[in-house]
Ligand binder design. Sequence first.
Ligand code: BTN
Length: 239
Amino acid sequence: MLKVNDWNWTDLPEVTSTNDEALILSHQEKEGKYVVSAEMQNAGRGRRGRSWLGIKGNLFMSLLLQCPLEKLGDVVFIISLSLFDALKKMFPQIPLQLKWPNDILLNGHKISGILLEKGENDYLIIGIGVNVKAAPKSENLLYTVDSLADCGFITDRISLLKAYLQAFDENLALWNEQGFEVIRKRWLENAKGLNAPIEVHGVKENKNGIFRDIDETGALVLETADGVEKIYAGDIFYL
Ligand code: BTN
């Protein structure tokens, strides 16, 4: 295993999903921080049962972090904010925004995805995919998508992986020292659609309202015609 800061890193040529590799690793390890990346995924998973296409040159990685369940709500925001920070550090002028719960938008188009799964030994599996070289070209996509390269932001998956781990460690330290509020505030400052109308596609139903806030648990605060509601899971669309 290679080392990046205190992360133990393995890079593989081809896997089904880096989350699968991380799950296997979580059975073997009892402590420490791990990251598994791959050049290619042939059965990548997206959120809510969707698939995630493998395109060579894009970043596919999964982090293993021991995280108490009650802290998960905070960590979700650290994960996406760190990708935002890593990309901003590499390309200070890049027009990025955050989309609840954990997407990054470039010029309003999705360039990354994050899939959280449960590992063994209290490990959280943090699966991250970034369209570094190319975006999938399918008609069945839920959102418009793009890639860093297609927008003129040229990097490679390994440089981004290293920049990400650095940003993630810095945000973890900030959170340990100052708590969730500073993370929540920075996330909201860079969020798309705050105080604007959105539609939330939930598990059972869709809801329309104004995106007012993220609460201290990470839930989206939606002001609807029937009052203020908290949304814990779903896909949002800007109206
Ligand atoms: C989404 O639907 O937006 C989440 C996509 C998550 C994709 C990443 S790629 C690395 C890791 N392995 C997977 O199979 N999925 C995640």
